[in-house]
Design a protein around this ligand. Structure first.
Ligand code: SF4
Length: 239
């Protein structure tokens, strides 16, 4: 009965994405699903609590260090610095490019419509938002939601690098072109060409995938992101 419930869950998810039939072999999905839920959700359990608190404190210190940052021109129009949130000991980190309007207003990452798409993906992977860590490359909203410019990324990326260093996740998912460019150091890449293939940021595997805002405009590509997510779950399940 448990397996039937799992299959129903998968079918409902794909129906929600707008598919009339599964874009993958059901046999393959079940194999992957078995790996993800068991191994991944128990991997935090034996970690000493003091590590959690040390990392939490380090993140609080980093936020203090950023202060009322005016290191780049994005400081002029922002309402709030959007530092990032989640589990300081997260095995999985999601990194987007920049806050949007609602994130700027609330001071939290991925809380708008795109945030709902990301939250659904996180939950379908078997996590809660509080299990993972979510951040952006730049911490302040670019005007009119334009892409962050190179000088802004250069000024701010030290903070996300520090967050990665503190959290030291097992895997990162980079959401969209800007995040992937920044973490890979490759300029002018096409996310459509690079997504789905792991690269490494300081020995941490990074899976590039589409930004949730792109998926809202191109829902037919959601299954590609789901395929990327399954590769991440397999990576997390590796010893
Ligand atoms: S985007 Fe980053 S570097 Fe620029 S003002 Fe905001 S916190 Fe500072």
């Amino acid at each position: 009965m448990k397996e039937l419930a799992d299959i129903k869950d998968v079918l409902e998810f794909y129906q929600m994405l707008g598919f009339e039939k599964l874009p993958i072999e059901l046999k393959d999905f079940r194999k992957t699903d078995k790996i993800n839920i068991k191994t991944v959700l128990t991997s935090n359990e034996n970690t000493p609590i003091k590590n959690y608190h040390l990392k939490e404190e380090a993140l609080i210190e980093l936020r203090k260090e950023i202060g009322d940052c005016k290191r780049c021109k994005l400081s002029k129009k922002r309402l709030n610095i959007v530092f990032g949130e989640g589990n300081p000991e997260a095995k999985l980190m999601f990194i987007g490019e920049a806050p949007g309007r609602e994130e700027d207003e609330q001071g939290r990452p991925f809380v708008g419509e795109a945030g709902m798409v990301l939250t659904r993906l996180i939950e379908k992977m078997g996590f809660k938002r509080t299990d993972v860590y979510i951040a952006n490359i730049v911490k302040c909203r670019p005007p009119m939601n334009r892409d962050p410019e190179p000088d802004e990324i250069e000024a701010c990326k030290v903070f996300v690098e520090k967050q990665i260093e503190i959290i030291n996740p097992r895997v990162i998912m980079s959401l969209g072109r800007i995040s992937t460019m920044t973490l890979s150091g490759i300029n002018k890449l096409k996310i459509t060409a690079i997504r789905g293939k792991f690269f490494y940021f300081k020995d941490i595997p990074v899976m590039p995938t589409f930004h949730p805002a792109y998926l809202m405009r191109n829902p037919k590509d959601k299954w590609l992101t789901w395929n990327d997510a399954q590769k991440v779950l397999n990576k997390l399940a590796e010893k």
